[in-house]
Design a binder for this molecule. Structure first.
Ligand code: PGA
Length: 288
């Protein structure tokens, strides 16, 4: 059943919120998160104009905050874009990249998403890389091909060390905002596939050729263990599920072996629902 990896639950507010309403929501989430065990980490990704508000209301609480996208550029004449480095000025730690709404409505390619993940890492942010298939792709039996290609594009651009610092969110497009979540078995199957893909990236490091030259006895076993540990970091990248996670389906999803938490859209706008989902994550770790 569930794993011993800590759970992570992140709210994705999308383009919702107003200054006055946000204050109550952020304060309630901070208070509720303070009552959770340390096995659950909580974050919220707010619209960029509210970063300063999140910073001032969440600083010193157990809740981390971040944005829903970053630019592929560090600075320059890119009207309307927000650089990852700017986000860190407001104490943020997360940046969602490659959400399906950005891939679909802003025609973001897998390559652009990979560059954004790199920019986020360079700035010291944790990118939450979203992958997911459409209904047509699932029905055509192409789910693994689609999500595998989306993940590979990102992994190809990152060193194993960088890859060990990302979070991946599997969000089937057909489950987002539809009230129709993937079943726990469907989600687990894709998560296991993604975990194997990440482990393969780690294995590349563990299998790095170790050459010997010189007259002292080399400690290759030590070096190999160091490299394997780096590989293990990649295999342990948190894998979140997103798509119509609600208080009543969260625990079953979070109890799955390779589901390390959730990326929560609609339900993150209601403090009681969001906190109930965070509690479900705590129960899933306790059950494991
Ligand atoms: P949803 O959105 O929970 O409203 O389905 C999830 C997401 O898009 O991140």
């Amino acid at each position: 059943m569930s794993t011993q990896r800590a759970k992570l639950v992140v709210g994705n507010w999308k383009m919702h919120g107003r200054l006055a309403d946000n204050a109550g929501l952020l304060q309630a989430v901070a208070k509720g998160a303070g009552e959770l065990p340390a096995t659950v980490r909580v974050g919220v990704c707010v619209p960029s104009p509210y970063l300063a508000q999140a910073h001032s209301l969440l600083d010193g609480t157990p809740v981390a905050w971040g944005v829903q996208d970053v630019s592929a550029f560090t600075h320059g004449a890119y009207t309307g874009e927000v650089a990852a480095q700017m986000v860190t000025d407001f104490g943020a730690t997360f940046a969602i990249v490659g959400h399906s709404e950005r891939r679909a409505y802003h025609r973001e390619s897998a390559e652009l998403v990979a560059v954004k993940a790199q920019r986020a890492l360079e700035a010291g942010l944790t990118p939450i890389v979203c992958v997911g298939e459409t209904l047509e792709e699932r029905e055509a039996g192409a789910t693994e091909q689609v999500v595998g290609a989306q993940l590979d594009e990102v992994l190809a651009k990152l060193s194993a060390q960088e890859a060990g610092r990302i979070v991946v969110a599997y969000e089937p497009v057909w489950a987002i905002g539809t009230g129709k979540s993937a079943s726990s078995q469907q989600a687990q199957a894709v998560h296991a596939f993604l975990r194997a893909r990440l482990a393969a990236k780690g294995a590349e490091v563990a299998d790095v050729p170790l050459l010997y030259g010189g007259s002292v006895k080399p400690d290759h076993a030590f070096l190999r263990a160091r490299l394997a540990a780096k590989g293990a970091e990649v295999a342990d990248v948190p894998l979140l599920y997103g798509g119509s996670v609600k208080p009543d389906n969260a625990k079953e999803l979070f109890c799955q072996q390779d589901i390390d938490g959730g990326l929560i859209g609609g339900a993150s706008l209601k403090d009681q629902d969001f906190l109930a989902i965070c509690k479900a994550a705590a129960e899933a770790t306790a059950a494991g």
